[in-house]
Design a protein around this ligand. Structure first.
Ligand code: AMP
Ligand code: MG
Length: 426
């Protein structure tokens, strides 16, 4: 068939929707966590968990006046006169010593400030002869003192529900004396590869077969969306076995991701099977790569469970995960910020484009500081050939360039939106 002839494509049963509509349908139909989806988590297991309660300070921090340095607690009014040393105030106990005019107490960082003292001088600026302290200068009131409540006040809100917990957040929860906290249970997401040609790595690929790639990509991607991936293996292209795997997945887990079997081939059975058991919200999206992406919800045991039928080509599968499944899983996990940051980037070279599609091109975005332009600007170059089978096009990509329908070429120097999936290069 020549390019000038009109091509008639076999119609699909599913209308083609735009990506924004797909996102809207996903957010509308994917459940946020309910009260049964919360659990208490110990601090040591808190990394990457999502907080399901507001955390406030239960007491002042520091809970008492304390010293920021090792030195001597004393009175500013004694100026640069020598003082008599009364004894030691170490951290973690009360010495009972009271600083009066003409005296000082040796004090260690973090120890409670003895009664009477109004300042601390650093040990580096002092001398000791017998029990006499000499100072190089007169301390001012409040020098090196951390007053009670300087960092946190009792009752002060510290972290809101929905916060993703990392090093600073977990330290804060410990500081406010909470050994455990309420978190959203990690959504458990089953992952299945489909296809008679797909073989487990390590097994024997017969003529016509290839090794599984998608399941390993998706397990990693699900984990990075702070959920718990469960690999259910490879389903052949037979209705009975596929149906059984889908049933098992939905009976035991919070959601399911399949890859392959959603296009219009004779053995692309996934859509048909999902239609039997749930509500299909969409079965085609105007995307490249990722057009056959399918989204279904199934009501099971009083819960709504999402199923994402991803296309088989490894890049199609990962890009559609990034654009649609990741935000859905974040919502299931109790997160409130669901979308990646989008920045405007200037193209470093021409990029050809399928004019009828929303193309998400894998790219490397570099950040440059532009003093003349008054800030940062971003440029982008693609990761080479963009075939949806070529997983190498995902390597090193920190962005997906969004090329809207219309032109068949985007020229070097043009500006397009880029979804940042990782930090820009510098
Ligand atoms: P399908 O959507 O099932 O028609 O598959 C589209 C293409 O993706 C075919 O070339 C498949 O062999 C390939 N494919 C499907 N599943 C996988 C997988 N799990 N790993 C690697 N390639 C796959
Ligand atoms: Mg297949």
């Amino acid at each position: 068939m020549s390019n000038t002839e009109e091509r008639i494509m076999r119609p699909s049963a599913f209308p083609m929707i735009e990506p924004e509509e797909a996102t809207r349908l996903i957010f509308e139909n994917v459940p946020a966590p309910s009260a049964d989806d919360l659990e208490m988590v110990p601090l040591l297991e808190g990394d990457g968990r999502v907080l399901a309660e507001d955390i406030s300070a239960t007491q002042d921090m520091p809970p008492f006046n304390t010293t920021a340095v090792d030195g001597y607690a004393l009175l500013s009014a004694d100026a640069d006169q020598p003082r008599r040393i009364l004894g030691d105030q170490t951290a973690g106990r009360l010495s009972g010593l009271i600083v009066t005019p003409g005296t000082a107490v040796r004090i260690m960082t973090g120890a409670p400030l003895p009664d009477g003292a109004d300042s601390v001088i650093m040990v580096e600026f002092t001398g000791e002869q017998g029990d006499t302290l000499t100072v190089q200068f007169a301390p001012k009131v409040g020098d090196n003192v951390r007053p009670q409540g300087q960092d946190l006040k009792a009752g002060q809100p510290v972290l809101p529900a929905g916060t993703l917990l990392g090093p600073a957040e977990l330290g804060l929860i410990g500081t406010v004396n909470r050994p455990t906290f309420k978190a959203v249970r990690r959504p458990r997401i089953a992952i299945v590869s489909t296809g008679d040609e797909i073989v487990e790595p390590g097994g024997e690929a017969k003529p016509g077969q290839i090794y599984d790639s998608n399941r390993f990509s998706l397990v990693s991607a699900v984990r990075r969306a702070y959920a718990e991936p469960v690999s259910l293996g490879i389903a052949p292209d037979t209705k009975e076995e596929l149906r059984e795997l889908i049933r098992t997945a939905l009976a035991n887990y919070d959601g399911l991701i399949t890859s392959g079997g959603v296009s219009v081939g004779k053995l692309d059975l996934v859509k048909e099977l999902l239609e039997e058991i749930g509500a299909i919200h969409f079965g085609r999206v105007n995307l490249k790569p990722g057009k056959p992406l399918t989204f279904v919800t199934v009501e099971q045991d009083g819960k709504r469970k999402p199923v994402f039928g991803l296309p088989g080509f490894p890049v199609s599968s990962l890009v559609s995960f990034e654009l649609f499944v990741r935000p859905a899983i974040l919502k299931m996990g109790g997160r409130t910020k669901l979308q990646r940051q989008v920045v405007q980037v200037q193209l470093e070279h021409d990029i050809s484009h399928s004019p009828d599609r929303n193309e998400f091109t894998r790219a490397i975005v570099t950040e440059q500081f532009d003093p003349a332009g008054g800030g940062y600007r971003y440029t982008a170059r693609t990761t080479g050939a963009q075939n949806s089978s070529r997983l190498l096009s995902m390597l090193g990509a920190n962005a997906l360039l969004r090329l809207d329908p219309g032109p068949s070429l985007f020229k070097a120097g043009e500006t397009v939106p880029a979804l940042l999936v990782d930090r820009p290069e510098v």
